[in-house]
Ligand binder design. Sequence first.
Ligand code: TYD
Ligand code: ZN
Length: 398
Amino acid sequence: MSHCRVCSSPLQEFFDFGEQPLSAAFTEPGDRREQFRFRLAVGACPDCSMVQLMEDVPRSRAVHEGYPYHSSQSRVMRAHFEETARGFLARELTGDDPFMVEIGCNDGVTLATVAGAGVRQLAFEPSGQGGTRVHRAFFDAVSAREVRESEGPADVVYAANTVCDVPDVAELFAGADALLAPDGVLVFEDPYFGEIIERTSFDQIYDEHVFFFTAHSVRAMAERFGFELVGVERLPVHGGQIRYTLARAGRRRPAGAVAELLAEEVASGLLEAATRERFAAAVGAIREDLPALLRKLAEEGHRVVAYGATAKSSTVTNFCGLGPELVPFICDSTPAKHGKLAPGSGIPVRPSAAFSDPYPEYALLFAWNHAEEIMAKEEEFRARGGKWILYVPEVRVV
Ligand code: TYD
Ligand code: ZN
């Protein structure tokens, strides 16, 4: 029986994807070694409502090994993080000598913008890559205290696509408590469980995403560790995220948007088991329909390739049983993935240029979270009669 990482209650499992490889475990062609696998399953906590992975993935294995996400490769994400920084500069970093900390830093777009405005900033980044000033450590109580002693209290501790990856939430909150000024805020943005349900985006579920937040579960988690949920903001990036703002309990008045989102989650049934059961049924349908469509296209002699060797696609290929016979390759802009085979499925990854050489008739869009940007960039593909295959919220050709 697995227990809630926030409140220790036994979890109620609602979906099992079976044995899965790690989403960053791209392999060299010819490497015949058995891949590490773990049971990918999700459950919900009946007490604090937190949705989370059933099994722990050994941390050393789960850490990105050489495929850091480069937000600056995406025009939309770069703009998003610049805008994020401008928001903090206008609303939170307004004191005498403000100080902002980021946990993990993507490739440093947010902090570079903050630094450009002359504000002190620092990234906790174990790899040492990315930021302009980096503390080479995981964010925990010890490393946060070190920084507090050398730099003083932080006005903002910010994390994008990071808190949902951190299984030890007690350590995270201990770090925030050690480092934040009395009126400082812990701000994080991650995929929203409400969007995962709404879009049936089951591929957000993979080894690195431990938690799938809602306003209810984040509020409960904050309260447990002496904080309070005081702000929520919907973000259009990565298939629908929410940015949560937490302050120390009683220090700030919660924004109206918090009560609104809490009410919306109740009204939509987001916290109910029946909703999770509907999700499970919808995922089951995709698992039938996607390989069936690809088999039909192959039988009819059409050429299909995939676009974007995302971490998400590892769940899709391995859960739906897609291999090189149905998807001959995935094109991707990340040089470190080129020439490798995608985890589990063994589908080769090729540079973006392979997409137009020559264009396929159908492109399976694994990087659907960047759909707008990619479809705009690949207009020529459509102009020549090419069609996109999408699989969330259901399998369809557009
Ligand atoms: P990402 O959005 O980080 O999703 P995940 O967290 O599931 O890995 O990954 C996007 C992938 O798509 C990344 O490998 C880069 C690739 N990509 C392209 O090949 N072309 C593009 O235009 C964009 C925006 C991304
Ligand atoms: Zn719980």
